[in-house]
Design a protein around this ligand. Structure first.
Ligand code: BGC
Length: 734
């Protein structure tokens, strides 16, 4: 008995000693109970310069599906690499590579896997430009949450999204990827998408880290050409481009991507002012900046670095922490540290930023992605429902003469045009893992919708481009026998997106000619227009009775589009970008500065106003707007003010209506845009019902302006609050 007690005592003592030793040997950075900062500091203190430098590089993994970025894949991926762009949708490859990082390196630092999840991962929803036309931030947040869930469960921790570049030149192909021409709109939808991607907790296995891009001014590309110089004054930088980024940073976006463009002499990827002074020092961002693909080595052709080493030095010291496929940090950073051109302190700060996000994502504690079945991650009923709803609210009824739409009491419909049976082009650019087989074509959508109601016939009529008119006759013959003609036209998916500028925003002549031919038959002509940019529609406007801008609506868009055509759904989308009268008007956007002679300076050959204005969009019902009701007409700078308006649905159909609230400040020390959007609200108004919409004004936030140093100011004076053609004046006093 006594012996047993002694043995037990000894065993206890030994296990206590072992336990204590274990605790001692578990490094702080591996202890999930420690704070992120403790873990980051501990880890960095143990790393060599070489290990640190490797953390700051991103290579690719898997079959690169980005035609614009075809640099050689790096075949020999070092286990200690910081990040990989993950082109596979199967977590297995990720896990294999991650295992090397965890097991074959001295410290076991996990890789962060990034990917372009722009408008959905496998469940592809409408392009961002279209999403903004929904004016429904909840829906956009939900769609981004779906994208995050599908991506994270497939091995992606980090998306290179949202793009919040204010874009005012529709010739630029990337106009499709952002939320349009307005700074406030880009900010609001950027924030919604950051929330959707990141949720409340990055370590949740259904959330991903977001990346605000392209910081900054990329949307100002001259003449809509991609990758070129941008001339941006300090004033414009602040009053047009910065706001979405500042809001995105405040919303907690984990990362940013530095832009390709040269900003008035200093490229976005070598810009100490924007990357360090503003982003890190003024806004206090504690995550990291990744370069755009190759944007560091491109400092050479841009004329600010003589070789890759100098490019690395400039980008790093400006504040780019991670090198995306330049091979400049891995090749030169350690040497630059040795030469004293890059300080160790700066190197540590950069590494800490990257590690911080890895810790927040929970990658140290759960480095691997569970390998679940595709059916449990992709195209879930809830995800498809969101994709369908978002498409529904993104579609804009541009014109509807004599109530051509909806098509009711009609027995024969001719469906014509190269877009009618295409699935591929409805997905747009940057479709991630989207597959055209998942999509419903416009023809299929219409067929389902009109089953037992109308007979559909089909002819393509022509191709998207070229001059082959041999299909016109067939199109005419089916159209002759129909009560209405639906023409499905538009742009191929590859005509927008990166490196996809167009010199004109017209549709190719062959498509316009097809419409002209069919118009001669005297039947109602309805255009369904799919594109990644605003189109020049002035000729088609005259040739058609109704036009529906369907954008690139994603895999589930065809059902709601058909629902709008039949009248099952009341359209509610409104434009997030101006539709010019013609290409020659570009740049044209609603929030331009005032002219010295507003009554003169018009074009002699074309109208000077756009064909369809920002926020334009028709409905099947009618709304009557009451008068603007302010809580006060005079306020002190520090006081709040609210303005309301009653909107009545006076038509015969329930409808979703968005009220856009603009302000204007006609006299200011720094001249301001003629109108600035500051708030919007969308509500369901049943037929016969009246709803009140309210704008709660915080004067400095909503009436104030910003100067070229980014300082916000509010001047005493008169301001206007504007809703459609209603306008009231309020006075702000010191
Ligand atoms: C694009 C980025 C994208 C990156 C990675 C670049 O060419 O400009 O928007 O995130 O490639 O694919």
């Amino acid at each position: 008995m006594r012996n047993r007690k002694i043995i037990l005592g000894l065993l206890l003592a030994v296990s206590c000693i072992l336990g204590a030793q274990n605790k001692k040997s578990m490094p702080i950075y591996k202890d999930a109970k420690r704070s992120v900062e403790e873990r980051v500091n501990d880890l960095v203190s143990q790393m060599t310069v070489e290990e640190k430098v490797l953390q700051l590089n991103q290579y690719t993994l898997g079959r690169n599906d980005n035609a614009n970025n075809m640099a050689d894949p790096v075949n020999d991926i070092p286990p200690g690499i910081g990040s990989l762009i993950y082109f596979s949708s199967n977590p297995e490859l990720r896990n294999r590579v991650q295992k090397r990082a965890m097991k074959e390196t001295r410290l076991g630092i996990p890789v962060i896997f990034g990917y372009d999840v722009i408008h959905g991962y496998r469940t592809v929803y409408p392009i961002s430009l279209a999403q903004a036309c929904s004016w429904n931030t909840d829906l956009v947040e939900k769609a981004c949450a779906v994208a995050a869930q599908e991506a994270r469960m497939s091995g992606v921790d980090w998306t290179f999204s949202p793009m919040i570049d204010v874009a005012r030149d529709p010739r630029w192909g990337r106009v499709a990827e952002g939320y349009g021409e307005d700074p406030y709109t880009n900010a609001v939808f950027g924030v919604a998408s950051v929330k959707g991607y990141q949720g409340n907790d990055l370590s949740n296995p259904q959330n991903v880290a977001a990346c605000l891009k392209h910081y900054i001014g990329y949307g100002a590309s001259e003449a809509g050409r991609d990758y070129v110089y941008t001339e941006i004054s300090q004033q414009t930088l602040w009053d047009t481009y910065m706001h979405p980024y500042e809001e995105g940073v405040k919303a907690g976006a984990a990362t940013l991507m530095s832009s390709f463009n040269d900003i008035s002499g200093t490229p976005g990827s070598a810009n100490h002012y924007t990357l360090t002074e503003i982003l890190k020092e003024r806004w206090g961002h504690d995550g990291f900046v990744v370069s755009d693909w190759g944007s560091i080595e491109q400092l050479r052709p841009q004329g600010v670095a003589k070789d890759k080493k100098e490019a690395a030095l400039k980008a790093f010291n400006a504040g780019v922490e991670m090198d995306m496929m330049n091979r400049s940090y891995d090749n030169h950073l350690a040497e630059l540290v040795k030469e004293g051109k890059v300080s160790e302190e700066k190197l540590n700060d950069a590494v800490k930023r990257v590690l911080r996000i890895k810790f927040r994502l929970g990658l140290f504690d759960k480095p691997y992605t569970p390998n679940g079945a595709e059916k449990d991650r992709f195209l879930l009923p809830k995800s498809l429902e969101i994709a369908e709803k978002l498409a529904e609210e993104s579609i804009v009824l541009l014109k509807n003469d004599n109530k051509t739409l909806p098509l009711t009491n009609i027995s024969k419909i001719a469906v014509v045009g190269p877009m009618a049976k295409s699935k591929w082009h409805l997905l747009g650019s940057w479709r991630a893992q989207g597959q055209s087989d998942d999509a419903i074509s416009l023809f299929e959508g219409l067929e389902n919708e009109f089953k037992n109601k109308a007979q559909l016939s089909y002819a393509s009529g022509c191709d998207f481009e070229g001059d082959d008119k041999s299909g016109f006759e067939e199109a005419k013959s089916i159209a002759k026998n129909a009560d209405a003609i639906i023409l499905c036209l538009g742009e191929k998916a590859q005509w927008s997106g990166e490196n996809a500028s167009r010199s004109t925003i017209t549709l190719p002549q062959i498509q316009e000619e097809l419409v002209a031919e069919l118009k001669k038959l005297g039947k109602p002509v309805i255009l369904l227009l799919s594109s990644g940019r605003p189109l020049e529609l002035n000729r088609l406007d005259k040739l058609s009775n109704a036009m529906l801008q369907i954008w690139q609506p994603g895999i589930a868009g065809a059902n709601p589009i058909a629902g709008i055509v039949s009248g099952r759904i009341n359209p509610s989308g409104k434009l997030s970008i101006t539709f010019p009268y013609s290409t020659g008007q570009i740049p044209i956007y609603y929030n331009h500065r005032q002219s010295a002679r507003p009554h003169q300076g018009k074009y002699q050959d074309i109208p000077s106003t756009p064909l369809y204005e920002f926020a334009h969009g028709l409905s099947y019902t009618s709304y009557e707007y009451g008068e603007l009701q302010p809580s006060a007409l005079k306020i002190k700078k520090g006081n709040k003010l609210s303005v309301s308006i009653a909107v009545t649905n006076t038509g015969n159909m329930d409808g979703l209506e968005t009220v856009h609230w603009f302000i204007s400040d006609p006299v200011s020390t720094i001249s301001r845009p003629v109108k600035e959007l500051k708030h919007f609200e969308k509500q369901m108004i049943e037929k016969g019902q009246t709803k009140t919409f309210t704008f709660n004004i915080d004067p400095i936030r909503d009436l104030g302006f910003v100067n070229g140093k980014g300082e916000k100011f509010l001047e005493a004076g008169e301001y206007y609050i504007i809703v459609k053609d209603k306008k009231i004046k309020v006075e702000v006093q010191d």
